[in-house]
Design a protein around this ligand. Structure first.
Ligand code: SF4
Length: 361
């Protein structure tokens, strides 16, 4: 077992960079990562500027806050204004701008009961501390975060806590990859697959990438050598596409069956709206009928309103890899981390925030 530090070794990274150059031998590699942690890791480690010129790095829809659709943002902003209700949310969602520039932060300043929490269990504790109020947890994230929400719902059921429910905005990665590949204008040659999500899914749910679209997919870790090794494997697979687990110290090929069973018990796949990608069939997670009493959508009658897109914001194109953040006319002018116009500038895992923080302007 190696320590994570071993994967930061400069000599190892240099050797992997050389291997990448040799394998490519002048061929281009246009790859997309679909994980906010990869986005940040690639910038933070300085890898982006070291990659061979043949390699083009695209950031895809891997940041949960960024892919939350305008209609979903409008729905939870409306929810925040209801009486006898406490909205519990992760910090990043507080600053996401909705219609008219409203955000949960503004709503809280105007008196709405919005509480920042660090886990769904914190939200459940909030419900136990306020038995006279309904606590609604905003569930966002991918296959990695949804099991903790499922476990919390099960705990709430076991303890008979009746004033807790979840507004599930969770999303599933594989259907989004398929949607990205269906649109050939996106021109993606390979995917760096998300290490965290893959700890739950394993390898098989990505098999369609190679089998149906002839695009390689490589599961990668987050240290510089992990990312470079994943790129080497990608380059080696270009001729004969396959799906590879290049992060075996964290990802079992079979994934985590217990976590998937928990998801299966509490959630069922549902159609979902994604910023930039639109409605994708069976790409979300809705609560199963057995959990209807804890489903905020049913219990509180939530519907997603039609709302206009954020004026001037190109987050949708950024999330599809169509443009790099600096190509958005608002980047670093009207839109900055302290005054974000779109969600990709809000989240620390957003592409626009990463470009703003780590690239020269
Ligand atoms: S720079 Fe701002 S407005 Fe432009 S795409 Fe990024 S988040 Fe959206």
């Amino acid at each position: 077992m190696h320590s994570e530090k071993a994967y930061q070794d400069p000599d190892l990274c240099r050797a992997l960079l050389q291997r990448l150059k040799n394998t490519l031998d002048g061929r281009s590699l246009r790859f997309m990562e679909v994980c906010g942690t990869h986005t940040v890791a690639i910038f933070q480690s300085g890898l982006r500027s070291l990659l061979p010129t043949e390699v083009t790095h695209l950031s895809g829809p891997g940041c949960p806050v960024c892919v939350t659709h305008d209609a979903e943002v409008a729905a939870f902003l409306d929810l925040a204004e209801r009486d006898s209700l406490i909205l519990a949310t992760f910090g990043d969602l507080l600053r996401v701008p909705g219609p008219g520039g409203r955000s949960l932060k503004h709503a809280k300043a105007m008196g709405a009961r919005v509480e920042m929490v660090y886990s769904p269990l914190d939200a459940l504790r909030l419900a136990m501390a306020h038995p006279g109020d309904m606590v609604v947890f905003l569930g966002i994230g991918f296959e990695t975060t949804a099991p903790a929400v499922a476990a919390t719902l099960r705990t709430a059921r076991e303890r008979g806590i009746g004033n807790f429910c979840v507004f599930s905005l969770h999303k599933l990665v594989p259907p989004a990859l398929r949607t990205l590949l269906e649109d050939t204008e996106n021109n993606i040659e390979a995917f760096l697959l998300p290490g965290h999500v893959s700890t739950i899914l394993g390898v098989e749910p990505y098999a369609f990438l190679a089998q149906e679209y002839h695009v390689p997919g490589v599961i990668g870790g987050f240290e510089p050598a992990d990312i470079l090794l994943a790129l080497c494997r990608m380059a080696e697979c270009l001729q004969k596409p396959s799906v590879v687990n290049a992060y075996p110290r964290a990802v079992d090929n079979a994934g985590n069956s217990r976590a998937r069973a928990l998801l299966e018990e509490v959630f069922q796949p549902s159609d979902a709206l994604w910023r930039g990608l639109g409605r994708i069939a069976q790409s979300g997670l809705a609560l199963r009928p057995q959990y209807a009493d804890m489903d905020a959508v049913q219990r509180l009658g939530i519907s997603l309103p039609h709302v206009p897109p954020l004026p001037g914001c190109r987050c949708g194109d950024v999330l599809k890899g169509r443009i790099a953040p600096p190509q958005c006319p608002l980047f670093a002018k009207k839109c900055t981390p302290s005054e974000p116009v779109g969600p990709c500038m809000v989240s620390t895992e957003g592409s626009c925030a990463a470009y703003y923080k780590y690239t020269e302007r």
